[in-house]
Design a protein around this ligand. Structure first.
Ligand code: APR
Ligand code: ZN
Length: 233
């Protein structure tokens, strides 16, 4: 296939599922009996900071026990071979794309391995647990929090994402249910600007009808197959 010039890839929890990281809406989408939607909110952080910090401490610790899978590796291979504009917009807060070698990755929902000062906006890499009340190294405020976009908060870098979607020749969505906006609307935005659109997912998603084409199967199978096609001479 002749390489389109500009490629935007959206990834969701499904690309990390085969690495052992649970998705949000699949079986077991609860955590300690809490709906994720009830833990990842500014209100929960204000009401019960220890619960919210514990939730992210456990997810941050779980990263040490998982590894990128063949889907992450295939996207890194594609990026290395890509001549034009290339961007992975991920809803995931894990670092599996980076550990697989991807460089042009934008985390629109934040990152587990980052902490954010709610007072001054300072960001720093964070490993291990982050206790409520930890002081910001920049301003000293005790409001260092997980660098995660909570429900009701604005995703990061939306202007950069929309600019990339407006230039895309091809938009590919991998492992996302199409249940959460604004990411669920990216296929329509890219399509409206003339991009071809492809969904690679385990099964039909809420947004499948908006795609030009859909391929269903485990990401570790359908993504490498698709990348091999894209790189075939
Ligand atoms: N291979 C490919 N796709 C898979 C696999 C797999 N092995 N396993 C599951 N999937 C698909 C599911 O079919 C589903 O469509 O991945 C998708 C996961 O959907 P969600 O659990 O809703 O995760 P996601 O779409 O990333 O959620 C979006 O919602 O809770 C918020 O901020 C959170 O970023 C998250 C956002
Ligand atoms: Zn600060």
């Amino acid at each position: 296939m002749a390489q389109p010039r500009s490629l935007v890839i959206l990834t969701g929890a499904g690309i990390s599922a085969e690495s052992g990281l649970a998705t949000f809406r699949g079986p077991g989408g609860l955590w300690e009996g809490h709906r994720v939607e009830d833990v990842c909110t500014p209100g929960a952080l204000a009401r019960d900071p220890a619960l919210v910090h514990r939730f992210y401490d456990l997810r941050r610790a779980a990263l040490a026990g998982v590894a990128p899978n063949d889907a992450h590796a295939a996207l890194a291979r594609l990026e290395r071979a890509w001549a034009g504009d290339f961007l992975i917009v991920t809803q995931n807060v894990d670092d599996l794309h980076e550990r697989a070698g991807s460089r042009r990755v934008l985390h629109m929902h934040g990152e587990l391995l980052s902490a954010l000062c709610a007072a001054c906006g300072h960001r720093l890499t964070w490993q291990g647990s982050l206790a409520p009340g930890t002081a910001c190294p920049s301003c000293g405020s005790p409001r260092l929090r997980p660098d995660i976009v909570f429900f009701g908060e604005m995703p990061y870098a939306m202007e950069r994402i929309e600019a990339a979607l407006s230039r895309a020749d091809l938009f590919v969505s991998i492992g996302t249910s199409g249940a959460v906006y604004p990411a669920a609307g990216f296929v329509r935005m890219a399509g409206a600007f003339g991009a071809a659109t492809l969904e690679l997912n385990l099964e039909p998603s809420a947004g499948s009808d908006w795609f030009d084409a859909c391929r269903h199967g485990p990401a570790s199978v359908v993504v490498p197959d698709w990348v091999n096609e894209m790189l075939a001479p």
